[in-house]
Design a protein. Structure first.
Ligand code: URA
Length: 191
């Protein structure tokens, strides 16, 4: 029969991956989460935004970046003239840590293969890492984000762009312009 389109193939693989993570017990976060949050957006995105882990709203709704920090991220993306749906949005950890604590190194390591599968399926050109925790998961070292934001790093042939987490901007409103400029830069790198 007719070969399935590449888009349909990607959607099917992401759906399969979603089923896998809903059953995942590799770390202990499954015990307290409501549901795992795979991510959402364009399966053919050139740019992927990667945060830390779902928070309370994300855990409840099953979608990434839909709470206060997510609304800020969405507003800044749309202020560039682009739509959130044009990109893919996910997290290092697919499950919410209790009381929104920072995921442990083991929790991030255990979950990283799922992100790698998403990268294989979606094949983005640019990864925009939101905050020091996501940066640390990729670079395997401590990252001082105020010093290193704006850096472009080559990671396994992809361009990795480091910036603030939108939750940091909620606590430090003066950083909003910088996050906005960084998002614009990440989009420029992708096209
Ligand atoms: N913070 C994150 O890092 N990810 C989300 O999905 C929401 C808030």
């Amino acid at each position: 029969g007719m070969a399935e389109s590449d888009l349909e193939e990607r959607l099917k693989k992401l759906e399969e991956l979603n089923k896998v993570i809903q059953e995942c017990k590799k770390c202990d976060l499954y015990k307290s989460r409501k549901q795992a949050v795979l991510g959402e957006g364009n399966p053919e995105a050139k740019l992927m935004f990667i945060g830390e882990a779902p928070g309370g709203d994300e855990d409840k709704l099953g979608r990434p970046f839909v709470g206060r920090a997510g609304k800020l991220l969405t507003r800044l993306i749309e202020a560039t003239g682009h739509k959130r749906e044009e990109f893919y949005i996910t997290n290092i950890c697919k499950c919410r840590p209790p009381e929104n604590r920072t995921p442990t190194p083991w929790e991030m390591e255990a979950c990283f293969p799922y992100l790698k599968q998403q990268l294989e399926i979606i094949q983005p050109k640019v990864l925009c890492l939101l905050g020091s925790t996501a940066a640390r998961a990729f670079l395997n070292r401590h990252v001082a984000i105020t010093k290193e934001r704006g850096s472009v790093i080559n990671w396994e042939g992809k361009l990795v762009y480091l910036t603030y987490h939108p939750a940091y901007v909620l606590r430090n409103p003066n950083a909003e312009t910088t996050l906005f400029e960084d998002i614009k830069k990440a989009i420029e790198l992708a096209y």
